[in-house]
Design a protein around this ligand. Structure first.
Ligand SMILES: C[S@@+](CC[C@H](N)C(=O)[O-])C[C@H]1O[C@@H](n2cnc3c(N)ncnc32)[C@H](O)[C@@H]1O
Length: 159
């Protein structure tokens, strides 16, 4: 099993607390593709995707081509993705936008033990192995974990 990277405890904001990560992982994941967005850096991304945001492309690995059957029937999709640039050890975080310290499980920060992000997006279209959507907020090249049809309306803003 791959070793877990040692986080940098000197790179903390006031109030933030990190913990030692477990020595190994409990499960494995398959990246099913990559997300292409206009944003090269984390600081360029919106904090939360919007239904009128730019069109982003979900590029699906050819292995999973048949799993796209029927995807175009859903007007909205739930997209799960892997925030590969986020540290994973913080239990208390002080996000830059207001500096208030909060527990990791009370906010939608990408910094979490398992940096899984989710967004409800508007489907623009499916062409071959590319699913075009609006409503994402991640860096170009972010690994894609899963797609599911979404039947609820956009949720109200939450922290
Ligand atoms: C607050 S998170 C919200 C993600 C998702 N909508 C959710 O609620 O689970 C979005 C932020 O994560 C950061 N981010 C984007 N792509 C990332 C990546 N690949 N790795 C780490 N952080 C990323 C950016 O700062 C972006 O504004």
């Amino acid at each position: 099993m791959r070793a877990v990277a040692v986080p940098d405890m000197t790179d903390l904001r006031p109030g933030e607390v990190g913990v030692d990560l477990p020595g190994g992982y409990d499960a494995g994941l398959y990246f099913i593709g990559r997300i292409r967005t206009p944003w090269a850096r984390r600081e360029d991304c919106p904090r939360r995707g919007a239904p009128d945001g730019p069109v982003c492309r979900l590029e699906i690995d050819p292995r999973w081509a048949q799993a796209l059957e029927g995807v175009s029937d859903a007007p909205r999709l739930q997209v799960l993705y892997w925030m590969d640039r986020a540290r994973r050890d913080l239990v208390l975080q002080s996000p830059k936008r207001d500096g208030a310290t909060r527990g990791t499980f009370s906010i939608r920060s990408p910094v979490r033990p398992n940096p899984i992000a989710s967004s409800v997006v508007e489907l623009v279209g499916v062409e071959g192995l590319v699913v075009s959507v609006r409503g994402l907020d991640c860096v170009d090249g972010t690994p894609l974990l899963d797609l599911k049809p979404e039947y609820c309306a956009f949720a109200p803003e939450v922290p």
